[in-house]
Design a protein around this ligand. Structure first.
Ligand SMILES: Cc1cc2nc3c(=O)[nH]c(=O)nc-3n(C[C@H](O)[C@H](O)[C@H](O)COP(=O)(O)OP(=O)(O)OC[C@H]3O[C@@H](n4cnc5c(N)ncnc54)[C@H](O)[C@@H]3O)c2cc1C
Length: 475
């Protein structure tokens, strides 16, 4: 944006956040031109020009956020909340320019309540910083995403993230008790302190999963747990995936309460597990863990192992389970992470136990057969287990994508369309924890069918000028 209007907006924003907290120079704008979505990263890698934001502002509190949104409404320009920028869905991209609202200056812990076991913090606090402060008091926020070092509390909640130990402790959204939110018109509101009640519908949850399209989360109160006395981990090897999924289902439906079940499909066992953990195995590798009181955890583990061994799985002992725990994040960072110029994507989905196996094979077949000529690799693991179903984290990898950026976009979109069609036709959700962002925005109508117009009406009522993160989450 250039000219007089640009200068007017700039001076108004500067008035709100102060000169050091506003950037309009080219370098800063380029830094905010991509999150971890493959498409914009590839675009930059191939030397193409990205769409940059016009302004980057770093407000320090809800009042400043409110003033920024009011300015954006006056001039009808987009506002895109930005936490750590670690999202993989293009949710924080400024595809129509506008204002990047970086929340990281809102990084204060407001209160740790050691009686109710809660923490209240500003939404821009870094995940690792928050965790360290809690650990010093023998506490933890039991949301352990692989991105904790680079993500923020608001970024955990806004796309409805899931961490490594969610199977016992729940998703980020299950841990939130209350939030302060700034609505698109600048109104500041707080949800009730007590999250479970019967005082009307739970409309506050609208902001979880909205990914900045319905407002900005500026504070949250989260449920904590004590650091566990014991963490018992072990690994087992199943001959086939079907037995492993059924064993996992039985453990969950009997409520044996593992904090983690990480099950790798045979292709991942032979490739990623071998490469990262160094075990050469054939079959489906599963890590299972129990935590908390050490006697209770040991009993739960014993009961789970009775189920596992009934399926003829081989007990590999503690060491490979503990090694996985110690290296659990290595899978996602250099030198082990997938990297450009490869094309890759995580098509993680969730469904009920009656459908999960069929869905996994349908997606695998569709992707492998549809892109045989590209020598596509399809790998997966099952990592967030519920009482009713499980998430499968599937990935495709193409090591020889087109060099031409436009052609790469076309191929990328075709793979996603193939994968998402298989997912939707087999009862899956387009996503379980990375959120929708820009990447999955075009599937939202199909996902929700006749329920979609209700969401559109809510969006229209809250954000009539459509300033909040346009082009995302189907809006
Ligand atoms: C290496 C790596 C590992 C990952 N592992 C996991 C994992 O284990 N589990 C998982 O769930 N995800 C994972 N992710 C995805 C991503 O890191 C998470 O979704 C993370 O929680 C995003 O937080 P962020 O602060 O970086 O958000 P951003 O990327 O900055 O934003 C994500 C979306 O939320 C919106 N947003 C951000 N802050 C706010 C706010 N305060 N109010 C309203 N909207 C807001 C943004 O506009 C955007 O739409 C991983 C990503 C990477 C790169």
């Amino acid at each position: 944006m250039v000219g007089l209007q640009a200068e007017m907006i700039r001076s108004e924003l500067e008035e709100v956040v102060g000169t050091p907290n506003l950037s309009t120079d080219d370098t800063a704008r380029l830094v905010y031109a991509t999150d971890w979505f493959w498409l914009p990263q590839m675009w930059l890698d191939r030397g193409e020009k990205p769409r940059k934001p016009d302004y980057i502002v770093r407000p320090g509190n809800a009042e400043e956020v409110s003033a920024i949104l009011q300015i954006a409404n006056t001039y009808r320009i987009p506002v895109i909340p930005w936490g750590g920028g670690s999202g993989s869905q293009g949710g924080a991209l400024s595809i129509y320019g506008g204002i990047i609202l970086d929340t990281k200056r809102m990084n204060r812990i407001i209160e740790i309540d050691e009686k109710s076991l809660t923490v209240t913090a500003q939404a821009g606090i870094n995940g690792a910083q928050l965790e360290w402060a809690l650990n010093d008091k023998g506490l933890m926020l039991p949301h352990y995403p692989a991105s904790a070092n680079c993500a923020t509390l608001g970024g955990y909640l806004s796309p409805r993230g899931t961490g490594t130990i969610s199977t016992k402790y729940g998703k980020a959204e299950d841990l939130v008790l209350s939030m302060q939110v700034v609505l698109p018109d600048g109104h500041i509101m707080r949800t009730p302190v007590v999250p479970q009640h019967a005082a009307g519908p739970d409309f506050y949850r609208l902001f979880l999963g909205a990914e900045g399209t319905l407002g900005v989360i500026t504070e949250a109160t989260m449920q904590l747990d004590y650091l566990p006395e014991a963490r018992l981990l072990r690994a087992v090897l199943f001959e086939n995936l079907a037995d492993a999924i059924e064993a996992g289902r039985q453990i969950m439906t009997r409520r044996l309460d593992p904090f983690v079940i990480r099950l790798y499909d045979p292709r991942s066992t032979a490739s990623r597990v071998k490469k990262i953990l160094g075990y050469e195995l054939e079959g489906a590798y599963m890590v299972i863990g129990f935590d908390g009181d050490k006697d209770l955890a040991a009993l739960q583990e014993q009961k789970a192992m009775e189920i596992i061994l009934r399926f003829g799985a081989k007990d590999l002992g503690r060491e490979p389970g503990e090694s996985w725990w110690n290296h659990r994040y290595d899978f996602y960072y250099p030198p082990q992470s997938l990297k450009l110029p490869w094309m890759y994507g995580t098509t993680e989905t969730v469904t009920t136990y009656d459908k999960i196996e069929k869905l996994y094979y349908a997606e695998k077949r569709a992707v492998e057969e549809g892109f045989k000529d590209r020598d596509i690799d399809f790998i997966g693991h099952f990592s967030h287990w519920f009482h009713w179903g499980v998430m499968v984290y599937t990935r495709f990898i193409i090591k020889n994508p087109p060099e031409d950026a436009q052609e790469a976009v076309r191929l990328h979109n075709r793979v996603w369309n193939t994968a998402m069609t298989a997912v939707l036709e087999n009862g899956g959700m387009v996503n379980e924890h990375h959120g929708v962002g820009l990447k999955l925005s075009r599937y939202m109508r199909r996902q929700y069918g006749d329920a979609w117009p209700l969401l559109e009406r809510i969006k229209k009522a809250l954000d009539p000028n459509r300033i909040m993160n346009p082009g995302k989450v189907g809006f």
